[in-house]
Design a protein around this ligand. Structure first.
Ligand SMILES: [Zn+2]
Length: 263
């Protein structure tokens, strides 16, 4: 059984800080055992550069490149400078870059600059359309606004990662042509909403992800997450879909390959 990790951040310093072995040897072990592919997702030009460097070392690791809404406020440069770099990185990465992301809105923190986040999101959705790339959308505490922005950019395709909206919102999202990705939050004891979303989601639109090093699934909650933990999220999703784990792993991997254009 092989899992497709549709969202990971393996350049995060926590891997080198908290592990004995190097992150590259961890990735090698995972990709030669239980994991078929990994999408290593950047959050600004600088981390996207790190994501590409790592992906170049591993055959089945690819990247999404873009500016995360929270990072947008802290890059210390103008939007034009940052996005010129992002576009250059996407072009240089060639076949190693399969998506634009992660991009979106995040209203969680008190210092949120909504206007700036909207400018970044809008510009990057426009760029995704120009480059014909799928997008990886981050939406935290901003459900209403993300829906109106996605509606305004109808025709762009992609995935809402670690989806935290309601079943009702999921219905709207899939009408716009997006897929939905489940992280370890699906396995949490209090995870009513993601389970309700999975229950109404057409199977061919479901992805799984770690968002590692964050969001380790139950029973690993609170530990350093990695793609080897996808089995827990996959098992819960399989149960909701009423299929066996192997079928669910194959199904979500096939969905991810279709979205990211991997043959
Ligand atoms: Zn992420």
């Amino acid at each position: 059984m092989k899992y497709f990790d549709s969202h990971a951040h393996y350049y995060d310093a926590r891997f080198e800080e908290e592990m004995e072995e190097s992150v590259d040897s961890l990735i090698d072990v995972l990709l030669s055992s239980s994991v078929s592919h990994i999408i290593n997702v950047g959050t600004c030009a600088e981390t996207s550069r790190l994501a590409i460097e790592q992906a170049k070392k591993h055959e089945n690791m690819y990247t999404a490149i873009g500016v995360h809404p929270s990072d947008a406020q802290h890059v210390g440069r103008t939007l034009d400078e940052e996005l010129a770099d992002v576009e250059g990185l996407i072009r240089d990465a060639g076949s190693k870059c399969l998506a634009l992301g992660e991009i979106g809105l995040d209203y969680h923190y008190p210092d949120t600059d909504k206007a700036l986040q909207h400018r970044y999101l809008d510009a990057q959705l426009t760029l995704a359309r120009e480059l014909d790339l799928p997008v990886v959308i981050h939406d935290r505490d901003s459900h209403e606004d993300i829906m109106s922005v996605l509606r305004a950019h109808k025709g762009v395709r992609g995935v809402l990662h670690s989806f935290s909206g309601s079943a009702e919102m999921a219905r709207e999202v899939i009408k716009l042509g997006y897929m939905i990705s489940f992280s370890g939050t699906l396995t949490f004891k209090n995870a009513r909403r993601p389970k309700e979303v999975a229950a109404i989601l057409p199977r061919e639109l479901a992805l799984i992800e770690t968002d590692c090093p964050y969001l380790a699934p139950h029973p690993k909650r609170g530990t350093l997450n990695h793609s080897g933990n996808l089995s827990y999220t996959n098992a819960v999703l399989a149960e909701i879909f009423g299929i066996d784990a192997e079928e669910c792993a194959a199904l979500t991997a096939e969905n991810a390959r279709r979205l990211f254009g991997i043959k």
